[in-house]
Design a protein around this ligand. Structure first.
Ligand SMILES: [Zn+2]
Length: 317
């Protein structure tokens, strides 16, 4: 094991409670004045809040008793503000109290202002809470309604949910713009891109691939100049324009990234980081650090989701 990695957790649902003035999934907004608000959170990503520490503990106990032990994920995330005024990246993470429903998202607001950041946050939170129950595409289109209601700011986003085990398992992924999802296979060390950027640059690569067959460097130069221009967004998405892919099969480590990561960090370096850092939170943090190391000049956000082996029996009373 790598010395920087903590021991693999053996308890699928490890809960914590603490008091706070802020909403768990909406940390930028204070809670209304009232009782002593308290949070309950779990290693699996479930989070809720209650009107007292005691009630938060009761919620946490319910979660530990109820929560699914056969399909547990341990997420880890990190976000770093680049040399910009605002971090318009956002993550979304939703796990129901029973642990049966999950969704995760990374959104990247278009522009460098608070409105862009708000569009990304709203899209990620709304998208994941709807996607967990109704599927990834429904989640993204719910986010579209919210973003259109903001009347101006827009965002791009990638959103993932587990594909039902009864249909073969795997991931259901939707996206707009240039946020990405990767599958990392620890058995082979291979990192596979699951999404295709909705950028003019990527369109140019596809359209002119045949014409520039003998001059790939020239095509790359032509396309790279347009890699930052996205042609789809959450605010403009429709069922027919959003990107969607389903990966059927065993679930492995899933990485969701904003373009600040994958535009700066080479593919093979993302794969190396995914291999070395087995703790998802450490892995996400190292990805954001790598972007800075490689000279990235954008905000960087990574969300790493590790499926956990099923645990039989109950570990809590
Ligand atoms: Zn849990």
């Amino acid at each position: 094991m790598h010395p920087q990695n903590p021991a693999a957790p053996t308890i699928p649902h490890h809960t914590t409670t603490f008091t706070s003035q802020h909403h768990p999934t909406w940390p930028y907004a204070g809670l209304p004045a009232g009782p002593q608000w308290a949070h309950a959170t779990c290693r699996c990503g479930w989070t809720d809040y209650a009107e007292s520490r005691h009630n938060a503990r009761v919620l946490a106990r319910h979660h530990r008793r109820l929560a699914d032990r056969t399909r547990v994920f341990h997420p880890g995330w990190a976000s770093r503000t680049g040399p910009r005024e605002h971090n318009a990246d956002a993550i979304g993470m939703y796990v129901s109290i029973t642990g049966h429903e999950q969704a995760w998202a990374v959104a990247d607001g278009i522009g460098d202002d608070t409105l862009a950041a708000r569009a990304a946050r709203y899209a990620a939170i709304t998208g994941t809470s709807v996607a967990a129950r109704h599927g990834s595409a429904a989640g993204l289109l719910a986010a579209t309604d919210i973003v259109r209601g903001l009347d101006g700011p827009d965002t791009v986003m990638v959103l993932a949910t587990p594909w039902p085990d009864t249909d073969g398992g795997g991931w259901d992924i939707v996206w707009t713009g240039d946020c990405r999802a990767y599958d990392y296979d620890p058995a082979t060390g291979l990192l596979r891109l699951l999404t295709a950027d909705h950028t003019r640059g990527e369109q140019i690569r596809t359209t002119f691939a045949e014409r520039y067959r003998t001059e790939p460097a020239e095509l790359e130069e032509l396309a790279a100049a347009h890699d930052h221009v996205v042609y789809s967004s959450v605010g403009t998405a429709t069922a027919s324009t959003l990107g969607q892919t389903t990966m059927i099969g065993p679930r492995r480590r899933l990485l969701l990234t904003s373009d600040g990561i994958h535009q700066a960090v080479p593919h093979r370096s993302i794969a190396t980081i995914a291999r070395i850092f087995t703790d998802p939170e450490v892995c996400a943090r190292k990805l954001t650090l790598a972007a800075r190391y490689f000279g990235g000049r954008d905000n960087t956000t990574a969300l790493v989701i590790d499926p956990q082996p099923a645990v039989a029996g109950r570990q809590f009373p």
